[in-house]
Design a protein around this ligand. Structure first.
Ligand SMILES: [Zn+2]
Length: 144
């Protein structure tokens, strides 16, 4: 069992290395579809789940509270396709350099949604920033 677990982890790492750049590219591409008439802040996300890739972009609404982030659109796409665990997520913002002083890390709501479908070691890959495990972004997620 232990050997199987180790082999599984090695295989997972290989898959992640393979997909890291592809995820970032998919996230950048997804950002071009962002619907953001209010903020003009284009965000894209790409999720690896079950060896499949799911994308999302931010979608704003005139009723501001109904706006949803790219990360959650991508995660919900994976979940609604039958996946229950996400293995990696990449996030990219277009033309962000002149918009925000710090790197655009996922918001608190998206971190909590990630925690619902992943462990703390989920790699969160942020374009232009690098990779950070979910546990560093949300050390103590809400759990029922
Ligand atoms: Zn968010």
């Amino acid at each position: 069992v232990v050997e199987d677990e180790i082999e599984g982890k090695i295989a997972d790492q290989t898959v992640l290395t393979e997909y890291r750049e592809r995820l970032l590219e998919a996230a950048r591409e997804a950002a071009t579809a962002a619907y953001c008439p209010h903020s003009k802040f284009r965000v894209g996300a790409a999720v690896l789940a079950g060896r499949r890739l799911f994308i999302g972009c931010n979608i704003e609404n005139d009723s501001y509270g109904l706006t949803i982030c790219a990360e959650r659109v991508a995660i919900f796409s994976a979940i609604s396709s039958g996946c229950r665990r996400i293995e990696a997520i990449a996030v990219a913002c277009l033309g962000v350099a002149d918009r925000v002083a710090s790197m655009p890390l996922p918001c608190g709501a998206c971190r909590q949604v990630m925690a619902q479908f992943a462990n703390g070691d989920l790699p969160v890959i942020v374009d232009g920033f690098g990779e950070i495990p979910l546990a560093a972004l949300l050390p103590k997620p809400f759990r029922l």
